[in-house]
Design a protein around this ligand. Structure first.
Ligand SMILES: [Zn+2]
Length: 109
C-alpha cells in the first residue's frame, strides 16, 4: 500500500509510515472482513456434488462464526441447496426402488 500522507510505498502490515511517521490506514483496511473462501467453494460444490457442498458449507459456517468473515449467506445457501439435493436423491432412489420392486412383483405374480 501507499502512505496517504507522503505517497511512498510502505509495507501492508506497517502501522506507521517509516518515511514520515504518519499512521497508515492499514489497520482499518485489515479490519475489513473478507468473504470466506470455503463458503464460495461450498456453494459451487453444492451444484456439482451435494455431499462435498454440504461438508464445505458446514466448515465455512464454523470458520465464519470464529473469524467474523463475510459469506454466512453464501454458506447457508450452499448448505440448504446441498440438503435439498440430498433429499431429492433419496426420493429418486426411493422411487426407483418402488418401481423396480413393483416390476419384480408383477413378474413373480
Ligand atoms: Zn508517509
Amino acid at each position: 500500500m501507499y502512505c496517504k500522507n507522503c505517497g511512498s510505498e510502505i509495507d501492508d502490515q506497517a502501522v506507521v509510515c517509516p518515511k514520515c511517521g504518519v499512521l497508515t490506514s492499514g489497520k482499518s483496511q485489515g479490519l475489513e472482513p473478507k468473504t470466506n473462501t470455503m463458503a464460495i467453494v461450498g456453494l459451487v460444490m453444492s451444484f456439482i456434488f451435494a455431499i462435498a457442498g454440504l461438508i464445505c458449507s458446514i466448515i465455512a459456517r464454523k470458520q465464519i462464526r470464529e473469524s467474523g468473515e463475510k459469506g454466512m449467506g453464501l454458506a447457508t445457501a450452499g448448505l440448504i441447496i446441498s440438503i435439498v439435493e440430498i433429499v431429492l436423491y433419496f426420493i429418486v432412489i426411493l422411487i426407483y426402488v418402488i418401481v423396480i420392486a413393483a416390476a419384480l412383483g408383477s413378474v413373480v405374480y
